[in-house]
Design a protein around this ligand. Structure first.
Ligand SMILES: [Zn+2]
Length: 311
């Protein structure tokens, strides 16, 4: 374990917020201490596992490493749910940028990259810190995926038209350094599309410590729209579009599972309820309540403001 300063303002002064157990891997003995920076309000884990210690928290069965593409997902309901999620993300990007070179950071098995490649207007690349999963994406899907961190990949300056990070920034040890590196490798008119769990969302308030957006101990940071905007400004990005306030469907179902785990609900019941919620009828009925919480950022000056909430 290691202790750290606030990544946003550098302050060492913080107050304890909450101890969060690992509900995802159902290891309630593993807890993460969340603290709030007294100077700027950023919520982060402190102390936290070192980069090397993090490996123990990402076992092969870690859900985002699962391949939900058509040929690999046996559950048709889950396949449809994930295909829908991927389509939403690819549309989100292509509505704002017509094509070019795209880098997906933390691409896992490459589901999103496959969606973008399928549009024929994008030259796609990925970065994935799990060497095993990066290798899988390379061999199984013939994707150009660098095994390691973004910094280790050392891409040339101004190389990309678009960089995407889906639910990744909250996992990295030094998000400010990561954002600065993204700024360096983007073209002058380049675009970063970023999705993080939103502390100001209604599901964060509803679920409290069992909100999947906390996912301890893998999430080292919990951003509010305000702290995220401030961090992006520090990395010299201009925020041009911020859409949030509401959680994604998969996050909602996961939060419900965490909630049931905290109350010792049996595995059979948890699976039954999860299956029911992934049924297309349930998904369709709830669609108006869920839309993608994303930020689109361009290089340049800064401008963004949202109300901050607390957990
Ligand atoms: Zn701070």
């Amino acid at each position: 374990m290691e202790t750290t300063n606030c990544n946003l303002c550098g302050s060492t002064s913080s107050e304890d917020v909450r101890l969060i157990p690992d509900y995802l891997l159902e290891r309630t003995q593993v807890v993460a201490q969340l603290v709030r920076c007294r100077a700027c309000g950023l919520i982060y884990q402190n102390p936290r596992p070192t980069l090397a210690e993090m490996d123990a928290h990402y076992p092969p069965e870690y859900e985002p490493y699962a391949d939900h593409t058509a040929s690999k997902e046996p559950n048709p309901l889950l396949k449809r749910a994930f295909a829908y999620g991927t389509r939403k993300r690819t549309r989100f990007v292509t509505r704002r940028k017509s094509g070019g070179r795209l880098l997906d950071i933390g691409c896992a098995t490459g589901t999103f990259l496959l969606g973008m490649r399928g549009m024929k207007r994008w030259n796609v690349q990925g970065v994935e810190p799990s060497k095993q999963i990066a290798e899988y994406a390379r061999t199984e899907h013939k994707l150009d995926v660098f095994p390691g961190t973004l910094e280790e990949a050392s891409f040339p300056a101004g190389a990309f038209d678009c960089v995407t990070m889906w639910d990744v920034l909250e996992h990295v040890h030094d998000p400010l350094a990561t954002l600065r590196e993204i700024n360096r490798i983007l073209k002058d008119d380049g675009m970063l599309v970023l999705r993080v769990p939103n502390l100001a969302s209604w599901d964060a308030r509803l679920f409290g410590e069992t909100w999947a957006g906390l996912d301890a101990p893998r999430h080292l940071y919990v951003f509010s729209p305000e702290t995220l905007a401030a961090l992006l400004a520090q990395a010299r990005f201009e925020t041009v579009d911020l859409s949030c306030d509401i959680g994604g469907y998969v996050t909602f179902v996961l939060s419900l599972r965490f909630w049931m785990t905290a109350r010792n609900v049996s595995e059979a019941t948890k699976q039954r309820i999860t299956r029911m919620l992934y049924h297309p009828a349930a998904r369709l009925a709830s669609a108006p309540f869920f839309w993608i919480p994303s930020v689109v950022i361009k290089r340049g000056a800064y401008g963004c403001h949202r109300t901050q909430a607390s957990i």
